[in-house]
Design a protein around this ligand. Structure first.
Ligand SMILES: Cc1cc2nc3c(=O)[nH]c(=O)nc-3n(C[C@H](O)[C@H](O)[C@H](O)COP(=O)(O)OP(=O)(O)OC[C@H]3O[C@@H](n4cnc5c(N)ncnc54)[C@H](O)[C@@H]3O)c2cc1C
Length: 397
């Protein structure tokens, strides 16, 4: 089901990652330390020790600090997702993978040594603090609704606000906090690098959510008088929204890559069931209803793989890929959700049990249709582009 690896080095890395995830990581899927708020810190540590031993830690960033191309990354990250625990084990998981990418592009050399290096080594985790409680009218789909403020005070910035759905905030040691730093017609924001845990960032609760793959779960936090020295501004003041875009396209594409792997595995499980389990005197796959579901899975997975590779190629060519990553995010998240849903159905009662990873694939993909831009928001921004392009060309039909 995987598209061919684009280079020899990515083939080699992808093969090693796949072997590690199938042979070493998958047996941990029933470990009691896989909690509703993600794998425990102890389990993450144990898996990462094994990944280091196997030489597959942070496989998309090479020893010299360079990053694989997006197309190569796709080959590797898809394999890392073959278990929902795989990305955690080999350090290709969200939000760290996107945060590492952003810090690699925007952070100063000193900031990289302090905040990025421990992430790349897989010794630390990070969190990205952007979304705010909808109940209080804060930023969600519309980032310009940002309410958290940062005010300059001497050599420091003082940040106040409340954030919600912050993946991995519990247990992270690096935080990237987005706060409003400018008023006026166009909202302006700045990103700040913060050491965690910090007494001025208090977890109010960890939400109980449908998904369960990400360590630390998703927290609501109160930021109360957080002082950040000016040299911990990430990049330039008032450039936060632009940096969010830098992070966004590759980060949303890498979610597509990892979840492609997980859903591919769910499909393997459904195929195995349908080709061994019998009902009404024949194998399930020989019932057209089931055979067609597997055929539709095959088509959806192939289309998803091609969308991922196409968008990765666009990013590799130097484009910001805003339009393409919106298209890919919608197409892939929706296709993978359909596949996961069919896998649940094919497995019957077992499909909704925790006996296989199929139910988790379904739950994770349901959440993915919302984070990194809900489907409707991407379609809305694509529609705006279509309108702009159409009216701009004067070809009104
Ligand atoms: C599992 C998970 C992990 C997350 N991790 C993080 C994290 O680490 N850091 C972080 O900052 N945030 C995180 N988020 C938050 C996520 O980015 C937001 O949930 C998302 O941006 C949507 O914002 P909202 O929940 O406020 O929904 P709202 O903005 O209230 O939108 C609700 C719905 O309205 C519809 N809608 C909105 N705008 C439009 C439009 N223009 N056109 C048509 N329909 C529209 C969509 O259907 C959307 O789903 C996470 C969310 C989840 C579920």
């Amino acid at each position: 089901m995987f598209t061919p690896c684009p280079t020899e080095r990515s083939q080699d890395i992808a093969d090693r990652v796949e072997r590690f995830v199938r042979d070493v990581v998958a047996p941990y899927e029933h470990d009691a330390r896989c909690t509703a708020h993600g794998p425990s810190a102890e389990l993450v540590g144990e898996l990462r020790a094994k990944a280091r031993e196997a030489g597959v830690m942070t496989p998309h960033i090479l020893a010299d600090g360079s990053h694989l191309s997006q197309l190569e990354t796709a080959a590797v990250l898809k394999r890392s997702g073959l278990s929902p625990l795989g990305p955690v084990a080999v350090n290709t998981m969200a939000p760290d993978e996107g945060n590492m990418f952003l810090l690699g592009k925007v952070a100063s050399a000193e900031q990289q040594a302090r905040f990025l290096a421990p992430l790349v080594r897989g010794e630390a985790r990070s969190a990205f603090f952007m979304t705010e409680p909808a109940e209080e009218g804060g930023a969600g789909s519309d980032p310009s609704m940002l309410q958290t403020t940062a005010v300059r005070d001497g050599n420091d910035w003082v940040i106040n606000g409340r954030k919600k759905f912050i993946t991995g905030a519990e247990g992270a040691s690096v935080g990237i906090v987005m706060a409003r730093t400018g008023e006026g017609e166009r909202a302006q924001a700045t990103m700040f690098l913060v050491d965690l845990p910090h007494p001025a960032i208090r977890t109010e609760r960890v939400l109980d959510t449908i998904d369960s793959s990400m360590p630390g779960g998703h927290a609501q936090v109160l930021i109360d008088g957080l002082r950040v020295p000016a040299d911990q501004v990430l990049g330039e003041v008032n450039e936060g929204f632009r940096y969010a875009q830098v992070r966004l396209s590759p980060a949303r594409l890498s979610h597509c890559m990892r979840w492609f792997g997980t859903v591919t595995r769910a499909d393997e499980i459904a195929r195995a069931y349908a080709t061994t389990r019998k009902a009404f005197g024949k194998l399930l796959i020989d019932h057209e209803g089931v055979g067609f579901m597997l055929a539709e899975n095959l088509i959806d997975l192939q289309q998803a793989a091609l969308m991922i590779d196409w968008c990765a190629g666009v990013l590799d060519a130097g484009s910001a890929g805003t339009t393409e990553s919106s298209m890919a995010k919608v197409a892939v998240s929706e296709a993978l959700f359909r596949v996961a849903d069919r896998c649940v159905q094919i497995l019957g009662g077992n499909g909704v049990s925790r006996d296989t990873i199929v139910d988790q694939a379904f739950r994770e993909l349901r959440a993915f249709r919302i984070y990194d831009g809900p489907t409707e928001v991407h379609k809305w921004s694509l529609a705006k582009k279509i309108k702009r392009d159409t009216l701009g060309t004067g070809h009104h039909g």
